[in-house]
Design a protein around this ligand. Structure first.
Ligand code: MN3
Length: 228
């Protein structure tokens, strides 16, 4: 009975606390940001189990590797912008840290996702015809990314909205990106982002994901990018 109780207690510990009992995180310039909501707050779109593994294990691993491998005194933004000049371990882990930090902030619990600004709403309608057509195009791009990667809505170098994808942990801020721009919205289409809930049905995950997109945050990014 006591043994059962201890297992139950362990299962509700925050993952960060569990990780600390296993290994002492490396001291370094880069740190894992806290999630801006509870791990289960995006359920059923993203389960607590997926979120705990994704944030507490996958993202932590990018941070730890970066602390081991990155040159001292170089910011994450510089590592990302000049990814092509560094070894792949830097490109992959700097991208992983940047992308996931951005991703957590892109989402919110379904009852607090905020409103899309009029300016962003109009821009989406102008480029894609309607919000629904934009979402379909974004989902199709994400579903069509072969293997692991990300699907993005960016402001491109002509100050226009564009949907693009990147392989692995690349992103549109990188010098190596085929299409460069400022990310407004990004979804992770690595299997670890959805497999526990959706199995191989990536398209279902992409469709469900809209329920937890934080439009207030995305709208703020849009106005900030245009002001640059
Ligand atoms: Mn991921």
């Amino acid at each position: 009975m006591k043994h059962t109780m201890s297992i139950v207690a362990l299962s509700v510990l925050p993952l960060a606390a569990m990780a600390q009992t296993e290994t002492t995180p490396a001291e370094g310039a880069f740190t894992l940001p806290d999630l801006p909501y509870a791990a289960g707050a995006l359920d059923p779109v993203i389960s607590a189990e997926t979120m705990e593994l994704h944030h507490g294990r996958h993202h932590q691993s990018f941070v730890d590797t970066l602390n081991d491998e990155a040159p001292a005194g170089v910011s994450l933004e510089d590592l990302v912008a000049n990814a092509g000049t560094y070894p792949d371990v830097i490109r992959n882990n700097a991208g992983g840290h940047w992308n996931h930090s951005f991703f957590w902030e892109t989402m919110a619990p379904a009852d607090s996702v905020g409103e899309m600004s009029e300016a962003l709403s109009q821009a989406i309608t102008t480029v894609y015809g309607s919000q629904q057509e934009f979402q379909t195009a974004f989902q199709d791009a994400g579903a069509g990314q072969f293997g692991s990667g990300w699907v993005w809505l960016i402001i491109n170098e002509q100050d226009q909205l564009q949907i693009t994808t990147t392989p692995n942990q690349d992103n549109p801020l990188m010098d190596v990106a085929e299409v460069q721009g400022t990310p407004l919205l990004g979804n992770d289409v690595w299997e670890h982002a959805y497999y526990l809930t959706y199995n191989n049905r990536r398209a279902d995950y992409l469709e469900s994901w809209w329920d937890v997109v934080n439009w207030a945050e995305v709208s703020d990014r849009y106005s900030a990018a245009l002001a640059e």
